[in-house]
Write a protein that binds this ligand. Structure first.
Ligand code: NAP
Length: 289
């Protein structure tokens, strides 16, 4: 029996592990994929305090994991297969674990655009991660779809690899306003406001272009979809109420179920950043119990 089990090894989960273990609680963290979560998809994080020159996402994840282990947390590379919120148990392929306190830190995954051809062309020209797949499009023409920070970051990154990068946004203004526009004012980046994709077209099973809703078409070798994220709640659906897919907590990260907490991108909150995820993790395990 653990005091705290944390499911998910992104910045929220890893910080919860650091705080929980440091306060002397028997702590287990389970992560099925890469430590650092979505940070591992980010080439450089420029707004996490104490790194004036920025830090690579995977490196920040590695450091957080190291710190959690140094504090005495048991950190396991095991994917949770079943979670019982009522019993506070988590099952993986290797075993079943129980705790007094469960911290849900499963994060989020990229939201699909939902256009015709998208699903079929994933891995054949359609990607959700510029840092992971940008290298396949060296000297080619690509489009990024979206208008938030991820889309802007992806354009900057891809502009260094690709011949031409289009940024398609459904509105006239980017979420980050003029500052975001300035970041993509690069010789090989073309901002296409008021542009909504209707279909991804292909030839011989590979993406070759985008048809827009207004009838225009664009020839591209790759598309990077950057239209936000969806919370990873599949293991707890039906056990807890969700609001627009996210878990609702109070300011101490408590959910409606006693002893169950939610932290980071999986919970309903106004700002999803590494620093706010880390803060959630600290708050969740700092309440005395
Ligand atoms: P986001 O801020 O939610 O932005 C999603 C963008 O996709 C919006 O511009 C939205 O358009 C657009 N969109 C959504 N559904 C669409 C659809 N069906 N068709 C076309 N466009 C669609 O997501 P994000 O950019 O992934 O960022 C998520 C969070 O991570 C944010 O808090 C962001 O600041 C943070 N982040 C930070 C960094 C960093 O380096 N600090 C990097 C990446 C992300 P509308 O504007 O029209 O709604």
């Amino acid at each position: 029996m653990y005091d705290t089990i944390i499911v998910g090894g992104g910045p929220a989960g890893l910080t919860a592990a650091i705080y929980s273990a440091r306060s002397g609680k028997k702590t287990l963290l389970l992560e099925g994929g890469a430590f650092g979560g979505q940070m591992t998809l980010t080439e450089k994080i420029e707004n996490y305090p104490a790194f004036p020159a920025g830090i690579a996402g995977p490196e920040l994840g590695r450091l957080m994991r190291e710190q959690a282990e140094a504090m005495g947390a048991e950190v396991r590379r095991e994917k949770a297969k079943e979670i019982s919120l009522k019993d506070k148990t988590v099952a993986t392929r290797k075993g079943s674990y129980a705790a007094q306190r469960l911290v849900l830190a499963m994060g989020a995954y990229p939201r699909p655009l939902g256009v015709k051809g998208e699903k079929e062309l994933v891995g054949a020209g359609v990607s959700y991660c510029a840092v992971c797949d940008g290298g396949f499009f060296r000297d080619k023409t690509v489009a990024v779809i979206g208008g938030g920070d991820t889309a802007v970051h992806d354009c900057e990154y891809l502009s260094r690899l690709c011949k031409k990068v289009y940024l398609l946004h459904r509105r006239s203004v980017l979420r980050g306003g003029d500052a975001a526009l300035a970041r993509i004012s690069l010789p090989n980046v073309e901002f296409m406001p008021n542009s909504e994709a209707a279909e991804f077209t292909s030839e011989s099973g590979r993406l070759n272009g985008i048809l827009l809703k207004d009838g225009r078409s664009l020839a591209v070798d790759g598309v990077f979809v950057a239209v936000g994220a969806l919370p990873r709640t599949e293991l707890v659906e039906g056990q807890i109420s969700l609001d627009e897919g996210y878990i609702v907590t109070d300011e101490r990260m408590r959910t409606e179920i006693e002893g169950v907490f939610a932290v980071g991108d999986i919970r309903k909150k106004p700002l999803r950043q590494v620093v706010t995820a880390a803060a959630d993790g600290a708050v969740a395990v700092s309440e005395s119990y």
